[in-house]
Design a protein around this ligand. Structure first.
Ligand code: AMP
Length: 397
């Protein structure tokens, strides 16, 4: 994939405005619940320090909607970030005024300055060119290192590139290289596992994928809609009956594109949506009117494993069942563990991402065995939909 890489940027003594994603999950007490996003920014910051740049970090945090909201200040991150970097981090509460200019002026080569939440400014999400032009005066280059914010056409994720030379940071580079390896230039056969609750949130994604894949496994609640569209009575299962036509169109498009769609051949059903509810395995045709499909059955998992034996590239988004409720996590865990094994054996390139997928793979204990797990939610899905992401366009040739 063609985009401007950090190694080609001239950085010595230059001020780099770096878009990071510090939208960290917080505890009830206001502490950091998980510092993955801070750690993800460290390689780029350290590379910039080594290259002699002055580093100005920009991030959103929560949804303050263009107003200053002290509860959404980024100030609490300076100490944990400094600890991870092993060097001091200063903070500036202002992004557009004299205080911002003074704070940037005070930087020496290698210094790190964290700016206040970009979403305190109304022009951020509006991608106001005046704001971009103003913020751009603080720096010499723009480094986009937040793939997870790249689906937003905002000042700090895209707009700055209209005023400054723009490059991918190292985390962004890793994301783009792996994602393009999985979908733009994959080793065939290519398969995807798409699960999760609803078809309605993934129509564009399914339509794009069927034109690119050899095998598409549809699982989770979504599969119920496809089964129903084929005339199967799915009982009390989660099902979007109004999307039957859409499901049929996707199946027809898949057939035209020689993409094999795999739906569950057996299912785990229960009468209650709760952990350890009494359950049984049956054929999709045998679901009773008061039963819900909560997981794929063992034959389906075997069929998915066979498909993984045939495939060389796997893209995964969404669980195969209601994985938060044991034992209805079984199909997700077993299929994920098989993908992890094929990957460890060097037989499969496996790329996963999007919200619940990361927690499902962590739950299966295989997150480290996949070739790559994207940190992004919405951006990963929009990439699977085949859409141009403004934050990627910003750094593309
Ligand atoms: P998504 O956010 O679309 O990826 O959906 C993830 C959610 O889908 C998880 O919370 C799962 O519990 C849920 N889910 C998956 N399969 C089923 C199912 N068969 N019935 C109900 N919910 C499901």
């Amino acid at each position: 994939m063609k985009f401007r890489r950090l190694e080609n940027a001239s950085l010595d003594n230059k001020t780099a405005l770096v878009r990071v994603d510090f939208n960290v999950p917080v505890t009830e007490g206001g502490g950091i619940a998980d510092d993955t996003r801070l750690r993800a920014a460290v390689p780029t910051i350290q590379a910039l320090q080594e290259a002699g740049a002055k580093i100005v970090l920009l991030s959103h945090f929560g949804r303050p909607k263009g107003r200053i909201d002290p509860s959404l200040s980024l100030g609490f991150l300076t100490d944990p970030l400094a600890a991870l970097l092993g060097s001091p981090v200063t903070f500036c509460e202002d992004l557009t005024g004299q205080a911002a200019r003074d704070a940037v002026k005070a930087l020496n080569s290698g210094d790190v300055l964290l700016m206040e939440n970009t979403r305190f400014l109304p022009g951020e999400t509006a991608n106001d060119p005046k704001l971009s032009a103003q913020v751009a005066t603080l720096g010499d280059v723009f480094i986009q290192d937040a793939f997870s914010a790249a689906h937003r056409a905002h000042m700090s994720s895209a707009g700055l590139a209209d005023y400054l030379p723009a490059y991918a940071g190292l985390a962004m580079e890793r994301e783009l290289d792996h994602l393009s390896q999985a979908l733009d230039h994959p080793k065939p056969p290519v398969m995807a596992v798409v699960g999760g609750a609803k078809v309605s949130t993934k129509i564009d994604l399914l339509q794009n994928l069927v034109s690119k894949l050899d095998i598409l496994v549809i699982g989770g609640g979504m599969a119920n809609t496809f089964l129903a569209a084929k005339g199967v009575n799915v009982g009390a299962s989660l099902c979007e009956h109004d999307l039957a036509d859409t499901a049929r169109q996707i199946m027809a498009a898949a057939s035209n594109a020689s993409c094999e769609i795999m739906l569950p051949v057996d299912v785990v059903v229960a009468k209650e949506f709760k952990a350890y509810a009494a359950s049984r395995v049956c054929a999709p045709q045998d679901v009773a009117s008061d039963e819900m499909i909560l997981d794929a059955g063992p034959e389906t998992v075997n069929a998915i494993a066979d498909a993984m034996d045939r495939a060389k590239t796997l893209i995964w988004n969404g669980p195969l069942g209601a994985f938060e409720l044991e034992p209805f996590d079984t199909a997700t865990v077993e299929a994920a563990q098989y993908a992890a094994k094929r990957t460890r054996d060097g037989k499969l390139i496996s790329v996963a991402g999007g919200g619940d997928t990361v927690s499902a793979l962590n739950h299966a204990g295989v997150a480290d065995d996949f070739t790559f797990i994207s940190t992004a939610g919405g951006a990963f899905l929009e990439w699977m939909e085949g859409k141009a992401l403004p934050g990627v366009t910003a750094i593309s040739n």
